[in-house]
Structure formats: structure tokens, C-alpha cells
Design a protein around this ligand. Structure first.
Ligand code: FES
Length: 105
């Protein structure tokens, strides 16, 4: 699925991310700056936060408690924040655009 990551400065990276990978893995493997993912995807660091537009949020499974808790630690959390390591790429997400925060923490 094609995923577009938009950096805080507006720079876009469109990447074909294989199904089954997470949005975090798609960014990290392709050197998209802005996602640190210190814990490697264990939902334990909250440095892989992204903003997901409303229309796409509806196509992504909801947050588990753990993700919710971790997001509370992020300084830049907004209502549409998600942890990118908790979102698996599916064919339905083809064309998704997500925004990256100015900084993680
Ligand atoms: Fe650590 Fe997502 S990579 S919480």
C-alpha cells in the first residue's frame, strides 16, 4: 500500500509499504525522518507518534489501552494521534497520508 508520510516541514515521502508491516516499520526502513521508534515497536516508548486524518482513522482498528496510555506521555498528542508501530498496513490503507510531529517528546 502506498503511504505518504508528511514531515512537520511539509516534506513528503511516499513509500510502498508491504502489507503486514506497521506504519512505523515502513518509515524506519525507508529512512523517513521524524519517527524515532526507540523501543522497536513494543508500544513502550511513544516515539513513533503520528497524526492520522479523520477519514483514515475510521479505517484503522481502534487504540488498545496500552497505546492510549503511552500517548498520554507524548507532549504533542492530539485527538488524532496514533502510535505508528500499532498500525498494520492493509490494502485498505492504500493512499493514506499521515503527518509527523515536530519532534517526538
Ligand atoms: Fe515504541 Fe511505537 S516504536 S511505541
Amino acid at each position: 500500500a502506498k503511504v505518504t508520510y508528511v514531515e512537520h516541514n511539509g516534506k513528503e515521502h511516499t513509500i510502498d509499504v508491504a502489507e503486514g508491516l506497521t506504519l512505523m516499520e515502513g518509515a524506519v526502513k525507508n529512512m523517513v525522518p521524524g519517527i524515532d521508534a526507540d523501543c522497536g515497536g513494543a508500544c513502550a516508548c511513544a516515539t513513533c507518534m503520528i497524526y492520522v486524518p479523520e477519514e483514515w482513522l475510521a479505517k484503522i482498528p481502534g487504540k488498545e489501552d496500552m497505546e492510549e496510555t503511552m500517548l498520554d506521555f507524548c507532549e504533542h498528542t492530539q485527538a488524532n494521534s496514533r502510535l505508528s508501530c500499532q498500525i498494520k498496513v492493509t490494502p485498505e490503507l492504500d493512499g493514506i497520508r499521515v503527518s509527523l510531529p515536530e519532534s517526538q517528546h
